[in-house]
Design a protein around this ligand. Structure first.
Ligand code: UD1
Ligand code: MG
Length: 465
């Protein structure tokens, strides 16, 4: 974090080349929006209060998509180019001293360490600023870097205005600029839209400040993938792949084992503790937190969950917005909407829990649905047991006390209370609350007809002969 740096992020454009209803910066890669990735990097340089995002196209949606409190917004009502976008942030971003960092809002791969290096660029004389550059095999579409005899940046020439010689330049402008704030604001009015696109180009500021005797230094970044600007869905997919690989590497270096890392998708804000193992094709989404020493089984998809230490998810578990402590879950289990599984619980195959609390040491090992329920500790829920929590119009709760035994195929019609230590017989349809320590049986009586089967066989034999 540096004192005296203000950041402006340009995010007002539509992004026509995305061919989307949605503004470009709202598209997601690596588990977050393009814009949030850029802000995340900027937060290493300046506090949120000194970051101004320029919004315009779908301004309200873009504002709401920013998940970092304190970030400020300026509005560019008409998109007249990147230079005009910065002008729209003037009131909020102008300072009489210090530095101005301007970032294109469509570069989600930019690393904080690279921004830090840009801020640290020095020169023998006083600089008007410094910009990142990189070299591309195919520079089509990008602004080209024109260097002077001293190796400083004399100008950035946009694709549409470039001469054939300039088009052959492979060093490009990725859209990451640091300027002396006072000089920048003093001369910004000199940018004019006299170019093929009739736009106010921010990139013109390089030649303008150089012309006033304040040179711009380049910082050439060797890894061009970090500076990819997203303009199409193809580039979005490339960015997603790179961000996933970066996250997987970060986790592995922090002590997480990942089997088949290319197959695993972990969102940028997910945290995973040491010695946890992620099996092949796991997806960890949103704000998921996983403790240490866990095993997350192949194909499991976990979104916005809090998972404690030592939890085992067998393969193919879907868990969403749930809390799990030292449990065994799956294979093929579904936990959703505010489910909590306490320590030493077992949730087995084809079991679904919704808005349910399962107490310590309780088990639902096979084929059960438990919805809108609170279940005490030491409870055993048999195979096929179901809480009927929905009557077609309303949801109803089920409370099951400690040490209850719910037999196989029990149908528990909510609202219902089953007292501590009670026993529900297999196959029962339970419609009334059950007292503590009692046995509840609600099933048809078995009738016995001795000799019936033998008589039937004899009748059949006679009719055949
Ligand atoms: C821009 C640069 C180009 C550079 C490239 C890097 C200019 C004139 N050109 O071109 O030199 O190589 O980025 O990716 O700056 N935006 C606004 N308001 C506007 C126009 C754009 O906020 O009126 C925002 C967009 O939302 C986007 C960013 O500015 O986040 C860049 O705009 P884009 O249209 O993608 O510029 P490029 O053509 O890529
Ligand atoms: Mg662009």
């Amino acid at each position: 974090m540096r004192d005296n740096v203000t950041v402006v992020i340009l995010a007002a454009g539509l992004g026509t080349r995305m061919r989307s209803e949605k503004a470009k910066v709202l598209h997601e890669a690596g588990g977050d929006t393009i814009l949030n990735h850029v802000i995340r990097a900027a937060l290493h340089i300046a506090p949120a209060e000194r970051i101004v995002a320029v919004v315009g196209h779908q301004a309200e949606r873009v504002r709401k998509s920013v998940t970092f409190p304190g970030v400020r917004f300026a509005e560019q009502r008409e998109q007249k180019g990147t230079g005009h976008a910065v002008l729209c942030a003037r009131e909020q971003a102008e300072t009489s001293g210090g530095e101005l960092l301007i970032l294109n809002g469509d570069g989600p791969l930019l690393k904080a360490s690279t921004l830090e290096a840009l801020m640290a660029v020095e020169h023998a004389g006083k600089l008007g600023g410094a910009i990142l550059t990189t070299k591309l095999a195919d520079p089509t579409g990008y602004g080209r870097i024109v260097r002077d005899r001293d190796g400083l940046v004399a100008a950035i020439v946009e694709q549409k205005s470039a001469t054939p010689e300039q088009l052959a330049i492979r060093e490009i402008n990725p859209g990451v600029y640091r300027f002396d704030a006072a000089l920048f604001w003093k001369h910004l009015g000199e940018v004019s839209p006299n170019n093929a696109a009739k736009e106010y180009y921010l990139t013109d500021m390089v030649a303008i400040l150089t012309g006033h005797g304040s040179p711009i230094a380049p910082l050439l970044v060797p890894d061009e993938t970090e500076l990819l600007g997203i303009n199409t869905r193809v580039e979005l997919a490339t960015a997603d792949k790179l961000l996933r690989a970066r996250k997987a590497t970060e986790l592995m270096l922090s002590g997480v084992t990942i089997e088949n890392p290319e197959s695993v998708l972990v969102d940028v804000d997910v945290h995973v503790g040491q010695d946890t193992i992620l099996e092949s094709h796991v997806q960890l989404r949103g704000r998921t937190r996983i403790g240490s020493g866990c095993r997350i089984g192949a194909g499991s998809v976990v979104r916005d969950c809090e998972i404690g230490d030592g939890v085992v998810l067998f393969p193919y578990v879907c868990a969403e917005a749930s809390k799990i402590q030292s449990a065994y879950v799956g294979p093929f289990a579904r936990l959703r909407m505010n489910t909590e599984a306490g320590p030493e619980t077992h949730i087995g195959n084809f079991v679904e829990l919704k808005n349910t609390r399962l107490g310590n040491r309780s088990k639902a090992n096979h084929l059960a649905y438990l919805g809108d329920s609170t279940i005490g500790s030491g409870v055993n829920v048999g195979a096929g047991a179901i809480t009927c929590n929905y009557d077609g119009a309303h949801k109803h709760p089920t409370h099951i006390g400690n040490d209850v035994f719910v037999g196989t195929n029990a149908t528990l019609i909510a609202p219902l209370e089953i007292g501590q230590g009670a026993y529900v017989a297999a196959g029962s349809v339970i419609t009334k609350s059950v007292e503590a320590d009692s046995l509840a049986i609600g099933r048809a009586h078995q009738a016995a007809k001795p000799g019936w089967a033998k008589r039937r066989r004899e009748i059949l034999k006679r009719s055949e002969s």
